[in-house]
Ligand binder design. Structure first.
Ligand code: AMP
Ligand code: MG
Length: 335
């Protein structure tokens, strides 16, 4: 089976093509890079509708196949920004109807998890999903990916990017803040906000920006990382104790951070669990993760009507996972 997947939930229009062994046949991306500030949904949608068709063509060329060779078309049906989501959905519905291909809509968060599992060979991990907009601790329990803790305000990535902006570092600020933090030595007292199993970053952000008036930026960057990552590690440890999983899988852009990886590894090791990190290239939004999750779904008999609307608020714990709950297809890395 060969599936083409389209990602368009936020800043990236991605087209991926995969086969059922998990081979990546194509990975094309069109990325909106705002000169300043955040993503304007309408700008993203404009870029995607201008460039999306060409990206699909390039992906087919790269894979060396034609539309007739595809067994299905997948797209990210949510969560995300409405205007962005709709451009990908329109393209996928068109391909499905015009070429008679089975259509399936997949959850974007589930796709981050499934591509992470495929590329790290993990079977049943506790997933720490740390992207710009999302911060969630997730594990498969009783037929669903359940959320064991999450941010109550902003995502960890957005938090770091906002702090970086106060230092004049452009988006994405994560890598530069990490570099700066390596030069810091003094831990500054900043608010640590864990509420039960959930997290909040806005108080820490305000205090960190204020601390820049009195402390060197490298010490503030160091403290910001130590405190924010300790918060995430604490709720991950709680989820690990509860779920008793033996693998911890870090996904999303912030997973690239070496200090975060080190803190997670130390914590997980003490609990007898091993830590895995999604390869950096596939931590960011991409079409391959949609194609792979679509393939799992299609193999298990899932179908989506072209009339089904996108769902900007589709939570990961609402997604059906027939490839994990059913008796049908199991990908080779799970069998
Ligand atoms: P995503 O939303 O998954 O595409 O990830 C993008 C986010 O990851 C942005 O907020 C980046 O600042 C953040 N990021 C990327 N590299 C790093 C890093 N080394 N340390 C911390 N955050 C990072
Ligand atoms: Mg994402």
């Amino acid at each position: 089976m060969i599936v083409l997947g389209i990602e368009s939930t936020a800043h990236t229009f991605g087209v991926g093509i995969v086969d059922e062994e998990g081979n990546i046949l194509a990975d094309e991306r069109v990325v909106l890079r705002p000169k300043e500030g955040g993503i304007l949904p309408r700008e993203a949608a404009k870029l995607f509708s201008e460039e999306g068709g060409k990206a699909i063509k390039r992906a087919l060329e790269r894979a060396g196949i034609g539309m007739e060779d595809l067994d299905g078309v997948a797209f990210a049906i949510g969560p995300g920004l409405g205007p962005s989501l709709r451009t990908g959905a329109v393209a996928a519905r068109y391909l499905s109807l015009r070429f008679g291909k089975t259509l399936v809509g997949v959850n974007h968060g589930v796709a981050h998890i499934e591509i992470g599992k495929l590329l790290t060979d993990t079977r049943d991990p506790l997933v720490v999903y740390l992207s710009g907009a999302n911060t969630q601790i997730i594990a498969f329990e009783k037929g669903r990916y359940r959320i064991f803790g999450e941010t109550l305000d902003m995502g960890l990535g957005n938090f770091i990017d906002s702090f970086a902006r106060a230092l004049g570092i452009p988006f994405p600020g994560g890598p530069k803040v990490e570099e700066l933090a390596r030069k810091g030595k003094n831990l500054i007292d900043l608010p640590y906000t864990v509420k039960g199993s959930d997290l909040a970053f806005s108080g820490l952000l305000t205090a960190a920006i204020k601390a820049l008036e009195r402390h060197p930026p490298e010490d503030v960057a160091f403290s910001v990382q130590e405190i924010a990552f300790a918060m995430v590690t604490e709720v991950t440890e709680r989820a690990l104790a509860h779920t008793e999983k033996e693998e911890v899988l870090l996904v999303g852009g912030v997973a690239a951070n070496k200090r975060l990886q080190e803190m997670m590894r130390t914590m997980a090791e003490e609990r007898g669990a091993e830590t895995f990190v999604v390869p950096f290239k596939y931590a960011a939004d991409n079409g391959v993760m949609i194609a792979w999750t679509g393939l799992l779904a299609l193999k298990s008999g899932m179908r989506t009507s072209p009339l089904e609307p996108v769902n900007p608020r589709f939570r990961v714990d609402q997604a059906e996972l027939p490839w994990l709950t059913g008796k049908g297809f199991k990908p080779s890395n799970l069998s």
